[in-house]
Design a binder for this molecule. Sequence first.
Ligand code: 5GP
Length: 194
Amino acid sequence: MQKEGTLILVVGLPGSGKGTLISYAKKHFPSIVFPISWTTRPKRPGEREGEVYHFVAEEEFSRAVSAGEFLEWVSIDGGHRYGTLRREILLPLSEGKTLLREVEVAGAKKLRALLPEVDIVYIFIDGGPWEDLSKRMLERAPMSEEELEERHKRYERELSFKSEAKYVIENVYGKLGEVEQEFSDIISRIERES
Ligand code: 5GP
C-alpha cells in the first residue's frame, strides 16, 4: 500500500507574513500541493480567485457545510468563515503527496484530532509583538475597531500554539531573504524525513 502523505500546517499570527512565505514556497517546491480553502471574507487588493482561497458567498459556504464538504471550518474576525475541503486534503494525502496549508489555531488542532494517522508537521511563524503586527495589518487593509480587537484576541490564542509547533520561524522584519531561506530549508527537511 502507498504511504500516506505529509500535511504541513503553517500557523502564525495575523500579519506575521505567512502568506509571503507560502507564495515563496509555491515557486520553489513544485512537487508540493497547496490546497485551496474556501472563505466568505472579501477579496483583498492583489488577491486572485483560486490561488489561496475560493471566495464564496455565505449561502454557498452554508451549502458546503450542510453537504459535509469541509474537513473543518471556523468563523473568525467578525464572522468571516474559512474552511478546508475534504477533497483538497484527503485525496492528495492518499496519493502520498506533501501538502502545505495555512490555518488558524483552532483549525490546526481540529485537523490533528481528525487525522490521527496522518503525519502533520506544524510550522509556527512568529511575526513579533502585537504593536508591530497590527501596524502592518492596517497598512495592508483598513479594518474597524471591533475587527482589530478580535484579531488581537486571536493573536493571544495563536501565540499559545507556538510551543506545540515542531518548527518556529522568527520573521524578523527587514530580513525577508533570510527568513525565506529558513522556511525553505525546513520544508526540504520535512520532505526528506517524510
Ligand atoms: P486571512 O483572512 O488573513 O487570509 O486569514 C485569516 C486566518 O484564517 C489566518 O490565520 C489563516 O491562516 C486562517 N485560515 C485560512 N484558511 C483556513 C482554513 O481553511 N481553515 C482554518 N481553520 N483557518 C484558515
